[in-house]
Design a protein around this ligand. Sequence first.
Ligand SMILES: NC(=O)c1ccc[n+]([C@@H]2O[C@H](COP(=O)([O-])OP(=O)(O)OC[C@H]3O[C@@H](n4cnc5c(N)ncnc54)[C@H](O)[C@@H]3O)[C@@H](O)[C@H]2O)c1
Length: 451
Amino acid sequence: MKSRKTVVSIIGLGYVGLCTAVTFASRGIKIIGIDVDRKRVEQLQKGEAPIYEPKLDGMLKIAVKKGLFQASDDISLVSSSGVIFLTVGTPSQGDGSIDLTFIKNATDSLGKSLRQDDDYHVVVVKSTVVPGTTNNVVRPSLEDSSRKKIGKELGLCANPEFLREGTAIEDALNPDKIVIGSNDKKSTEELTKLYRRFYGSRRSSLFTMSPEAAELVKYASNAFLATKVSFINTIANIAERTSGVDVGVIADAIGSDPRIGKLFLKAGPGYGGSCFHKDLQALINYSQRRGYDPLLLHATEEINENQAMRVVDIAEELLGSLLEKRVSVLGLAFKRDTDDIREAPSLRVIEKLKQRGAQVVAYDPMAMPNTKAKLGDSIDYARNILGAIEGTDCAVIMTEWDAIRKLKAKDFKEYMRSPNVVDARKVYDPKAFRQIRYAAVGLGPLVPDCE
Ligand SMILES: NC(=O)c1ccc[n+]([C@@H]2O[C@H](COP(=O)([O-])OP(=O)(O)OC[C@H]3O[C@@H](n4cnc5c(N)ncnc54)[C@H](O)[C@@H]3O)[C@@H](O)[C@H]2O)c1
């Protein structure tokens, strides 16, 4: 490869594409970023991040200033790069399968733009796609549109992404693994060379395999993590029925066993975000189509859906009835440090609160614009956190933002009409909340039961 191969293209500048772009740029690799969303491209050209992610804005500004990040909607620019990542969305369809429209469109325009180009490029599918997509969808589409042979004139790899929103930059800089699936050695070598250039001696474990195996690694990973969340929520529901038990204590104890591990053992309102539900549904659909119904994954999803109901039940148990009660929902993003509300448990809880007749007033430090765009005027929005609890009958803690963590029992007592707190994230110390009515997911009755 020539020296210009340290120019990398990224097609699709959402959470994954953009965070990948700025981290590459931070190590001196020039990025051509392509997106079909003109408004997004214009914002990026000015060095403004269209999404919230810690460190992203600062790193983007530096990359643009140094000329290491160029955003455009002109896909022909990618021909100057050796490695071209596809990071477009793969949303869920009604039956759980993934919608490959963005992948197909991006692949088709990419192939056409490479038609007249004689250089070798490796196309890397970083989007999450079910096993077989790289070989059976991307490959023929790319060969057809570029009129080039994969494995000869073009390379092709599946290289799933494991970064987490909220810590995406950190994760992209320090991944625990790199998974590369390919049919030919040259594609793997070229991509490995790029990662070696990027990570240097700090390179994490590299796993090379078939594209199908790489695609399945991503689904297996998310299915396992989601199942871990539903598992601890199951234990939380048992703990709530057991006097003197806090599920956090159970999680700490079992998590100390290295076979179990501490992470993803936090009971709460259930998982959310753009990936877990979508990926589980896709894996269930993929598996069913091949004659196997994955019961464990159905249970994981059902437990998750019920967990939002459980949060609302706790609120109802505290208040007696939710009818015409004013309820603050504190935190809307599916986790802290992101503005993403896709599949956020807060949305499920809000819907159920409304079904039971409550009036909802919501607040989030970052996710208000996204929530307003989705829910419109079906709920009220507070300007700040104290405004959100003022005059309400119940506060439901849905995201573990620092601003929410910092509230004290006396704040709820002073501002609320009747101070009832449902701590769905377990951010407060129950002992410090004795002066108000407080309940948390996974917290058993404080009075011993009589059995
Ligand atoms: N968000 C995550 O935390 C995460 C983590 C790991 C993997 N993934 C996977 O990565 C993929 C991308 O996820 P995301 O959250 O970044 O999506 P996103 O919706 O935030 O961004 C996708 C971007 O692709 C752009 N796009 C669509 N069609 C295009 C085309 N033809 N050409 C150029 N740009 C196009 C869209 O305008 C958008 O900006 C998905 O498959 C997702 O499952 C996401």
